[in-house]
Write a protein that binds this ligand. Structure first.
Ligand code: ADP
Ligand code: MG
Ligand code: MG
Length: 884
């Protein structure tokens, strides 16, 4: 218990940097009050009072007295007493946490009304009884719902019936008597569900509402939301008590929301909605049609001008796009909320660059205001909506992209049609592990249920498949779905936008990303591209991390270089063993004698060398890390089942099957229960004589050939899956001999290093550094082995459940697990560098392109990250952000 802690702050006492204590809403109301803007008087009960309440189940000592004090001050400022029978002060009781949790928590308006003060309120409003009863019925409705868990439908059904009885299309057509009758009805609903009458004591109403707001912090949906967004569970919410101002007093009153710039494009201008004669949530609830903010100019010129002036003041003050809630009470403007507004990815870049141009912020600040995730969004192709396609429905954009295809309703059909060359969209109520093959076959996935962490969403993101989930208006049957009165049958073409969540009828044309065109070096003329260019350039000047790419082919290498890659951090050599070379590899694996093996290797050597020549040429002057062969060799052989069937069939028919039988023997011999933990990586190099030697020779000969042509190759040979320095030493001795012999006087310098991807390697990094010129953290395997998760098996099978339970907020394959796997990286970094100062350190797992992870690698002090070509710009941007 913190003795003497201050739990209540008047709006005049706080400011915008007290978000942790006062919540975002309270801190910004205080800030606007300090700025002299027209904010109704009020006070904020702190998040720490909420924490105390939630810990003990009752208000902390002293809180009640403090609230009394602040309420008394509020009453005297307003010249009215809370709920006074003849001239009542009314207040709103509003939740507001440090992080915005949209729609998660609660607010009650018009607190202080009861059977007596409703009469006083009418008198006070010049005999406006309609207004008074409208306010009272709203109080019972909101109080019932949020404080006492009365089902909201009961109230809205009663309202609908009242409207129907009047033949009214909206609530404005209800008159005072109707609303009074409705209030009675609401009170009966309230009593029926709670077992007691609606509380008449204003102070009691206020206390109960405040405690309900405290408790709403732990409402189930709020708990889930916080887990998903990784918001700490113990912050608590603040409560704001605000003197009511009334937008429902008549046509000269109203309520609205506004943005200081367009949150979709970032363009400056007037954006917002206004609703005449309405209160609070009516605007967002969509119960009546709003008018564009611009039309307020003709309705109420004075308030409009004042609002615009205040918006300019707020922008100047917050130096950012703000969103605003306001109310006009009989021609007098009141500010009820502001915060730095949410925006689309494109707007984030445009606004940041504009604010720099306007001299409002500097480039560092601009870089803080954009993110790699936003940049990644801008790099996806988009639908061209110029032709105004038919919108079918809207769900949650769970995995970005623009996918077009025929609707199918089962994984089997998805696979069938895809095999026949059709593009398909898999539509399911929700997906489960059995749908995996269909998800792989589809261009995109649409589900009716589930959020951003549902099975569909998690798996789609993992595969880079476009996905819209939770489109809850969609009714799905076995071979069709319906939405908004339309039916889509199997085979009908639909278009799915995984960024916005929109689903369209027919094939919407897809437009390539202009940001990608810019990275590709094409001339583009757009405000967005200018903004991206400005911020990318600044990121490049601030970042400490270099960014390389993972690329196996010259074409990928060249593209990544255009995207800004400064070398290759991982070239996998195994694809070089596929295609028509498979036969040579089979010969190698099946070799019965050293001579046969040597022949097979000799045949592979020139092919590999040619690959490296192309690759080093594309990356001339930059480092290229080549990983020696990593996967278990049986991956290059036909499958056991298939071969066994072939042999059996041939035998039955009396055909010659000697060759297949020999192959089958080999496959049987090499079959592993757990291949990821079997004969692979450095283990292969130690067991199959000459295999690594051939690769090292191919790499070095390629480099020497280019050096003789006058180019500048920088090969780095990387040994995978090392767990003990002895493994590396053995391989290194063999490699060095070949390198020395081949390099001769060519001037080529070859580094030999290792991946750190087995936990034991991280823990003995001090020893391993003795034999390594560099480390590259293979974070995929390190995560796999660190957690004991087989990646291929767990992501589709149960990760969605782990996410749902909040065991982790994000898959550890998506974003580095700082505490566990990250700790291994820290240990290896420190111990490796202690032994060998200047040891070059990089990351080549997929985490190298993940924004959060890039920040971690910067903190740890690595030299570079390496990621797929498309993630290179994202990594550059985030590395820049990490360094400011
Ligand atoms: P949310 O966080 O869901 O927006 P708020 O606490 O901001 O909830 O309040 C809901 C609605 O009620 C908003 O439109 C707000 O502007 C309005 N409102 C809140 N307090 C008052 C007040 N004292 N007078 C008039 N309207 C209010
Ligand atoms: Mg609000
Ligand atoms: Mg690996």
């Amino acid at each position: 218990e913190k003795a003497g802690e201050k739990y209540v702050y008047d709006f005049s006492e706080g400011h915008k940097d007290l978000k942790q204590l006062l919540g975002g809403k309270g801190a910004n109301l205080a800030e606007m009050t300090r700025m002299g803007l027209p904010v109704p008087a009020g006070f904020t009960v702190t998040t720490s009072a909420c924490q105390a309440y939630l810990a003990t189940g009752s208000n902390p000592p002293g809180l009640a007295a403090e609230i009394d004090e602040h309420l008394a001050a509020l009453e005297s400022a307003m010249g009215r007493r809370l709920g006074d029978a003849s001239d009542p002060l009314l207040v709103s009781v509003r939740s507001g946490a440090a992080f915005s949790m949209p729609g998660m928590m609660e607010t009650v308006l018009n607190v202080g009304l009861n059977d007596e003060s409703v009469v006083g309120l009418a008198a006070q409003a010049g005999g406006n009884e309609r207004f008074a009863w409208d306010s009272y019925r709203r109080l019972i409705q909101m109080f019932g719902k949020t404080v006492c868990d009365v089902p909201g439908d009961e109230f809205s059904n009663a309202l609908d019936e009242a409207k129907a009885a009047r033949g009214a299309t909206d609530d404005l057509h209800l008159e005072a008597a109707d609303l009074q009758a409705l209030t009675d009805r609401y009170k009966r609903i309230f009593a029926k569900h709670t077992g007691h009458e609606f509380p008449q004591d204003p102070r009691e109403q206020m206390r109960l509402a405040m405690e309900a707001v405290f408790r709403s912090w732990n409402a189930e949906r709020a708990v889930l939301y916080r887990r998903q967004e990784r918001i700490p569970a113990d912050l608590g919410t603040a409560v704001n008590v605000v003197a009511m101002v009334f937008g429902n007093l008549g046509p000269d009153s109203g309520t609205g929301v506004a943005f200081t710039r367009d949150p979709a494009s970032g363009a400056q201008g007037i954006y917002g909605d206004y609703l005449q004669n309405a209160q609070g949530e009516d605007v967002v609830a969509g119960i009546r049609n709003t008018i564009p903010l611009d039309d307020l100019r003709t309705l109420d010129r004075r308030s409009y001008d004042e609002l615009l002036e205040i918006m300019a003041t707020l922008e100047g003050h917050y130096r950012d796009l703000c969103d605003i809630e306001f109310t006009i009470e009989r021609g007098k403007l009141w500010m009820l909320q502001t915060r730095v507004g949410k925006r689309t990815a494109g707007a984030a870049f445009r606004i940041a660059a504009q604010l720099v141009n306007e001299g409002m912020i500097d480039l560092d600040e601009a870089l803080r205001r954009v993110s790699g995730a936003q940049l990644a969004q801008l790099m996806f192709p988009r639908f061209d909506l110029a032709e105004e396609p038919v919108a079918l429905t809207k769900g949650i954009g769970a995995s970005p992209g623009a996918a077009v295809g025929r609707a199918v309703f089962s994984a089997e059909r998805a696979v069938e049609l895809a095999a026949a060359g059709e593009q398909v969209i898999l539509v399911r109520r929700e997906t489960n592990p059995e749908d995996l093959a269909g998800m792989i076959a589809a261009q995109g996935i649409l589900t009716a249920r589930g959020g951003k962490t549902s099975h569909a969403a998690v798996v789609a993101r993992g595969m880079g498949r476009t996905c819209v989930c939770g489109a809850d208006q969609v009714e799905i049957a076995a071979d069709r779905f319906t939405t908004g009165g339309r039916t889509i049958n199997e085979g009908d073409v639909i278009s799915v936008d995984g960024t916005t969540g929109c689903v369209y009828l027919g094939a919407v044309p897809v437009r390539p990303s202009e940001v990608v065109q810019y990275f590709e070096g094409e001339q583009t003329d757009s405000v967005l591209v200018d903004a991206v260019h400005k911020l990318m350039s600044h990121a490049d000047t601030t970042r400490a991390l270099a960014v390389r790419t993972n690329a196996d082919t010259a074409a990928d290498a060249a593209r990544a270089r255009r995207f800004g890659a400064e070398g290759i951090g991982l070239c996998r050599t195994e694809h070089m063993f596929l295609g028509d070379r498979r036969e040579l590899v089979e010969r190698l694996i099946l070799a019965a004698t050293p001579t046969e093996r040597a022949d097979a290797l000799a045949a592979l050597l020139p092919l590999q060398r040619a690959d490296f020549v192309d690759l080093f040429r594309a990356m001339d002057g930059l480092p290229v890390t080549v990983r020696l062969i990593d996967p278990p060799l049986h991956e290059f052989l036909p499958s056991l089942e298939e071969l066994a069937v072939n042999v059996a069939v041939a035998r039955e028919r009396g055909e010659d099957h000697a060759e297949d039988a020999q192959l089958l023997d080999a496959v049987r011999r090499m079959h592993e229960q757990n291949p990821m933990l079997g004969l692979r990586g450095v283990r292969l190099g130690l067991v199959i004589p000459g295999l690594f030697a051939m690769q090292v020779r191919a790499i070095t000969e390629a480099a020497v050939q280019l050096a003789r042509e006058g180019l500048d190759p920088h090969p780095e040979i990387m040994v995978p899956l090392v767990g003990a320095v002895q493994e590396l030493e053995t391989v290194r001795r063999e490699c060095e001999q070949i390198v020395t012999e081949v390099v001769a006087d060519s001037g080529v310098h070859v580094l030999i290093g290792t991946m750190i991807e087995v936990p034991r390697a991280a823990l003995t990094a001090g020893q391993i550094a003795e034999a390594a010129d560099f480390f590259s953290f293979g974070t995929n395997d390190l995560t796999q082995m660190g957690w004991g998760f087989s990646r291929d098996d767990v992501e589709g099978a149960f990760f969605w459940r782990y996410l749902e339970l909040g065991i982790f907020g994000i898959s550890p394959f998506e974003s580095i697990d700082r505490d566990g796997v990250g700790r291994l990286i820290r240990i290896a970094t420190e111990e490796g560098r202690a032994v060998r100062p200047g040891l070059k350190l990089g990351v080549c797992g997929e985490h190298g392109g993940d924004p959060e992870s890039v920040h971690f690698f910067h903190e740890v002090g690595l030299d570079y990250v390496s990621c797929s070509p498309f993630r290179v710009p994202v990594a550059r941007l985030e590395a820049g952000r990490a360094a400011i």
